[in-house]
Design a protein around this ligand. Sequence first.
Ligand code: MLT
Length: 265
Amino acid sequence: MNDSPVILLHGYPFDRSMWREQIDFLNAQEYQVAAPDLLGLITRDDKLQFVDEPIEGETDRQAEACHTMADMARDIEGLMDALRIERAVICGLSMGGYVAFEFMHLFPERVRALILAGTRAPADNEQEKQVRLQQVEQMLAKGMSEIAGSSVPKLLSPRTLAEKPGVVAQLREMVLRADPKGAAAAQRGMAARRDYTGDLETIDVPTLVIVGRDDPIRPIADAEFMHKRIRNSRLEIIANAAHMTNMEQPEIFNRAVLSFLRDTV
Ligand code: MLT
């Protein structure tokens, strides 16, 4: 077993199942991998009956919950303690990247290297926060189906949409089965997140920045912004991929990660 465990942090409103290809690949390369579900966004196994009836009196509290990026980062520290992992490579995609920034800020001594995919450092502006809060209202009132319909075409590249129906279906199902209350809490947490720009120049571990060439959500300029400011970083731009680089081009994503791990940790 390789002595650099890798922790994979998923995006929003997804769950750990988005990392299937990376878990298999890294395990085959003898890396220990942990890919937890982040707070409130739980993989529902269709074979198990999912019980999410709120306990009495919990409904209002859950409906108002805000799961901050720091809450999620603290959970990751707890997970590492439970697994007896002292230091790990922290890899986050999009919201997972925000959690990786918070983790690096709170627990720098536990980070061996960072992988930041499809994410960005600046906080939201007022208009972006409003859009998030409108989405919260929409999902609490109507569930995830409208959000799945409007988001999936933006999350995937034209090539993926045309040629990889399995990936389109996997992504759509993942969004549809997200718990609206958990997704709402994560969305509020992202709206409240701080600006990580000031953190970039303090990052002193090897960092791989990954971006999809066709990503309209977190475009190449966001990745270049981080790459320029993080001293020991490299940039990988993946063609024929948008936001979900690891699902759309898993071989290229995995190769970039493996070569980064072999060179740096
Ligand atoms: C994600 O994929 O996690 C989201 O696009 C992040 C965000 O909305 O900022």
